[in-house]
Design a protein around this ligand. Structure first.
Ligand SMILES: [Zn+2]
Ligand SMILES: [Zn+2]
Length: 351
């Protein structure tokens, strides 16, 4: 508040500084008597995480972003944060990528849904800290194999703390179209009022593996539409409006053009596989901000913990994304008024 406070002061000078600070605080009239200084309480009460499977940065926020993600790069950018240096630094495959997001730790797990993560998920950490019921956390996905991420196999954690799941269709035996998954996600948001909702869409990845360039682009564009619709839904629901943080990212990208089979596959450490779109919007976040700070998938879970007031178990790399948060004095953001089957899988390929 006062410039010279940072320097060492004599006792008298310090007393004067304190008195001046107190006078200024009273003059401002903004602090109730006895209220301690510090960050304002956070407003976020709910979190939605959308994961768009296998979309490259290039076809979401990068070179073709304005054309393919017009909502996120347009009106939504003004309401939130675009991450321009966001990466998967672990295995660039579906289940490992989603696990990094949900657990705050890169883990070597099978990509076919046969292995649960060995580090606790944010669902488990949240429920353990708060005693919230299973209905407080939801995992809704197009790919059935993501059901393996509803909880971990960590000792002292596990199923009794896991998320409610709705992954794939026909009882989780088949993958589902994104349109159906998204409709289900909106239903869950509206009816179950979850504290943590994770929505995982698959079509950019599925079209890419099908060597269907136009289909991949169309699926990426459709994902932008789902993101915009999610924002609309959040702003239309009294229990969500003004108290929900939305995160959007991907589990992995796809190979750079000219590397191996290019956009068709993924799974190595090339930039196309690692760099991901990132978007965040919420009542505690900056607005109209593009972050160039390096950030990673494993940072999302600790950040969600900060927003909702629980701690993720310690992780090797994950950090709270402090750069997303608006300065404590920032005014509350004003509330805003209110696709197709996939190709057959190929042996030996990462999905
Ligand atoms: Zn690659
Ligand atoms: Zn894939």
């Amino acid at each position: 508040m006062i410039g010279f406070q940072a320097r060492p002061l004599g006792a008298f000078a310090a007393a004067v500084a304190t008195a001046i600070a107190a006078l200024i605080a009273v003059a401002d009239g903004d602090a109730a008597a006895g209220e301690t200084s510090g960050a304002a309480p956070l407003r976020t009460e709910r979190v939605v995480i959308m994961v768009i499977d296998g979309v490259r940065y290039r076809e979401s926020l990068g070179e073709r972003g304005a054309e393919l993600w017009p909502n996120v790069n347009g009106p939504l950018a003004a309401e939130g944060i675009l991450g321009r240096a966001f990466e998967n630094r672990g295995l660039t495959a579906t289940n490992p990528g989603h696990a990094a997001i949900l657990c705050g730790e890169y883990q070597i797990i099978m990509n076919d849904g046969s292995m649960r993560p060995y580090k606790p998920t944010l669902f488990e950490a949240y429920r353990k800290a708060t005693g919230a019921p299973a209905g407080a956390c939801w995992l809704v996905s197009s790919k059935r194999k993501l059901a393996a991420l509803s909880h971990s196999r960590a000792k002292g954690w596990g199923g009794e703390l896991g998320a409610s799941v709705d992954c794939g269709r026909d009882g989780g035996t088949k993958n589902r179209d994104d349109a159906a998954t998204f409709a289900r996600a909106l239903e869950v948001l509206e009816q179950e009022k979850p504290t943590i909702l994770v929505v995982a869409l698959r079509e950019p990845d599925s079209r890419g593996h099908g060597d269907d360039w136009e289909g991949y682009l169309a699926a990426s564009r459709a994902s932008d539409g789902y993101i915009a619709k999610m924002v609309e839904a959040i702003d239309a629901l009294p229990h969500a409006r003004g108290r929900t943080a939305l995160f959007v990212t991907a589990d992995h990208g796809r190979h750079d053009d000219g590397r191996l089979d290019g956009f068709v596959s993924h799974g190595d450490g090339c930039n196309g596989c690692r760099q991901l779109p990132f978007y965040a919007r919420g009542p505690d976040f900056r607005r109209g901000f593009a972050s160039e700070t390096k950030a990673e998938q494993v940072d999302i879970a600790p950040t969600v913990g900060r927003l909702l007031g629980f701690e993720m178990p310690p992780t090797k790399r994950g950090r709270v994304l402090e750069e997303l948060f608006a300065p404590a004095s920032a005014p509350a953001p004003a509330p805003v008024p209110a696709p197709a089957p996939a190709p057959k899988s190929r042996r030996g390929k990462l999905y």
